[in-house]
Write a protein that binds this ligand. Sequence first.
Ligand SMILES: [Zn+2]
Length: 184
Amino acid sequence: MAAAALPGEPRPVIQLGDPRLRQVAVPVQDFDDRLQALIDDLIWTAEQTHGVGIAAPQVGESLRVLIVASRPNPRYPDAPLMAPTAMVNPRIVAHDEVMLDGWEGCLSVPDQRGQVPRYRTVEVDYCDRHGTWKRQVLTDFVARIFQHEHDHLEGHVFLDRVPVGRTVLSEAEYWTYVAPASSP
Ligand SMILES: [Zn+2]
């Protein structure tokens, strides 16, 4: 049982154009050491790349695993702080009818931000990293992260969700024109 506490290695994040981002990911069957290592790697990779979430397909693993890891960082200064949470075989079981627009970026879609409508509140269930089912209500930015990462498990990226005629900006434009106006 040695090596259980290793911090995990950052993994290369695959980019739009890689067909593995467009696959529907496969449910996890075994909560084994390999899964534990993947989860540790994902948490570490999100932290190192200033992501607020990441999904296994983004490191080339076609498995239904995502991490929600909201924290303030240079890419998302206003993100709420929470402990990184691994969600295995996650599902949206209910949502409210309210959709809110918000700016999203993605580690797999470099240099782009888009305004994406998402449900404000989602009720989700998932297995934790040891296989125990959990149910949770997520709201606002954390709900947005979940929906973004869950999309990766279905082979979607946020650009697919930007309504026609809505804005997509480069990171430079975003930080010049949008971020200063939206800061509290
Ligand atoms: Zn993404």
